[in-house]
Design a protein around this ligand. Structure first.
Ligand SMILES: NC(=O)C1=CN([C@@H]2O[C@H](COP(=O)(O)OP(=O)(O)OC[C@H]3O[C@@H](n4cnc5c(N)ncnc54)[C@H](O)[C@@H]3O)[C@@H](O)[C@H]2O)C=CC1
Ligand SMILES: C[N+](C)(C)CC(=O)CC(=O)[O-]
Length: 495
């Protein structure tokens, strides 16, 4: 994968702030230019939300956060950047002016993406000296969580630029889709605008309130769209005969008088006020920042569910998250020297919304998930990574005993430690503890026995020298530690 080394963000509002967080949390240094007097505070708040969301999203080791620098001029911000993202207000004249300035100051090989929601790249690149490196990179809010970027080239954009832009997105956890032909508003906003136009009519005509309209979406097709989109959802709705039957049955309805889609509602003062008032009532006192946090928690939960879907292979945006995590694990995050004088600290995470049950604390199976992740982290340390597994060998867990000692609540920072309490050629006996990261107190423990296996033969087999040579020094050092309290316990034991 090809990496972005240094990014520049021109404009740090809703979308620029989201891009800044996305780059920084992927370990990329970002220089920002935004003349807004409160740009630093605004970006800081978006970044704080993004960091909270990532802590819940993944236990994979994020790289050390990139360095954030605010610059006094656009020229200083773009200096040395290899990806420049323009996110200034949606006005063609302003964007053209800013892009021309970027063009004059940027490195000759820099990629220049515009966040525009609807302007044509051909129009944006009109005044540039090197228009071949300009493309639309249209993201979705919040940029740090939603992975899609529509990549659209203009008449003068080179194929090499599009290719290079597409390649640089997976390492920051994003998915580029190349839109073959430029049209105003591309694909996503074409769809959203159609829905938005109809929604405004429904409010204007007093068919429903904004709250009812949102309920109709979020209790029904909104849930479907996140995981299968439109066409695959309708394929299923066609029953066993699939899409062709769906089209035969519902196609004729397209001729009925169902929509006003081509008429644009007059967004006059009265309608603006009506929507504004209904929207205030719907928010029920929650501030924008509070709504953003709720949105982020929900998105994290959805992404994590999708990550576990399709028999654990991941589905849609969840599959992308899984692949991003694999990339993070391969990078190893902030690599630390192993301290073998104490149990290994292997997983640092926060209790995610999807992990909390009806008792308001982390639910049972999530403990096993964190402990399983801890074993996986140990295995990677001794060379048992995905490549090793693909060669036909692995470790399988054959026994686990979990003790619940304290409670882990939503958003709480937790970490796990691992002590090897026994190891030989085939067996790996570990004792994990889950700690509250603030106090260090133990919340739960898990004792596990793992067996090295020949997965093709389906039976236990001695681990090879390449694994044992990494395992033995850790096991030897841990043999000098006291046996952890609780090791060897079983359910129903007399005290
Ligand atoms: N808000 C949204 O949901 C989405 C917006 N977009 C696109 O992103 C772009 C930015 O939109 P938002 O972030 O929503 O707007 P915004 O108003 O939140 O932020 C724009 C920022 O640009 C700054 N700015 C103004 N002139 C500037 C200049 N000459 N140089 C540097 N910075 C300058 C402003 O101070 C402001 O902080 C637009 O093209 C928009 O269409 C794309 C996807 C979603
Ligand atoms: C409203 N909008 C057109 C700026 C929205 C987008 O461009 C994408 C999004 O995040 O919905």
């Amino acid at each position: 994968m090809t990496k972005i080394n240094k990014a520049a963000c021109i404009g740090g509002g809703v979308i620029g702030g989201g891009w800044i967080a996305r780059f920084l949390l992927a370990g990329i240094d970002v220089d920002v230019y935004d003349p807004h007097p409160e740009a630093t505070r605004i970006v800081g708040e978006v970044l704080a939300n993004a960091e909270k969301a990532y802590a819940m999203l993944t236990g994979a080791p994020l790289p050390p956060r990139g360095r954030l620098t605010f610059r006094d001029t656009l020229e200083a911000a773009v200096d040395g950047a290899d990806w420049i993202q323009e996110s200034v207000p949606e006005r063609l004249d302003l964007k053209r002016k800013v892009l021309t300035q970027i063009d004059a100051a940027a490195r000759s090989d820099a990629l220049i993406g515009s966040s525009t929601s609807g302007l044509l790249p051909t129009d944006l690149q009109r005044d540039m000296r090197h228009p071949e490196r300009l493309f639309v990179a249209h993201p979705y809010n919040p940029v740090y969580l939603l992975p899609l970027v529509e990549i659209v080239g203009g008449e003068k954009t080179s194929a090499a630029t599009i290719q290079a832009a597409m390649k640089r997105l997976p390492p920051i956890g994003m998915k580029g889709v190349h839109i073959a032909k430029e049209i105003e508003a591309f694909v996503g906003d074409r769809l959203l605008e159609a829905l938005w136009r109809e929604a405004l009519w429904l409010i204007k005509d007093d068919i429903c309130t904004v709250e009812t309209l949102d309920d109709v979406i979020r209790y029904s097709f909104g849930l479907r769209w996140a995981q299968m989109g439109l066409f695959q959802t309708y394929r299923i709705a066609g029953g066993e005969a699939g899409m062709r039957h769906f089209l035969a049955q519902f196609g004729p309805a397209l001729q009925w008088n169902w929509t006003k889609l081509m008429d644009v509602v007059d967004l006059d003062d009265a309608l603006v006020e009506k929507i504004g008032q209904q929207s205030d009532e719907q928010a029920d006192g929650l501030s924008i920042r509070e709504l953003e946090r709720i949105r982020d928690e929900n998105l994290v939960g959805i992404l994590q569910s999708l990550k576990g879907s399709h028999g654990g292979k991941g589905w849609g945006a969840g599959k992308l998250l899984k692949e991003f995590e694999q990339h993070l694990w391969a990078g190893g995050g902030a690599k630390q020297a192993l301290d073998l004088t104490k149990p290994l600290r292997l997983i640092d995470t926060k209790v995610s919304p999807a992990w909390v049950d009806y008792n308001g604390h982390m639910t049972e199976h999530r403990y096993l998930q964190v402990f399983g992740d801890t074993s996986d982290a140990l295995l990677r340390l001794i060379g048992v990574d995905l490549a090793y597994v693909e060669r036909g060998h692995s470790y399988y867990t054959v026994e686990t005993h979990i003790r619940h000692i304290g409670e882990a609540r939503l958003g709480q920072a937790i970490h796990s430690t691992c002590q090897i309490v026994g190891a030989d050629e085939k067996r790996l006996h570990v004792f994990h503890a889950l700690h509250d990261s603030a106090s260090g107190d133990i919340i739960a423990t898990a004792e596990q026995m793992l067996l090295h296996v020949d997965a093709k033969a389906g039976k236990a087999a001695a681990a090879p020298e390449e694994v044992l040579s990494k395992l033995e020094p850790i096991a030897a050092a841990h043999a000098a530690l006291a046996m952890p309290e609780g090791a060897g316990r079983h359910v129903g034991q007399k005290r």
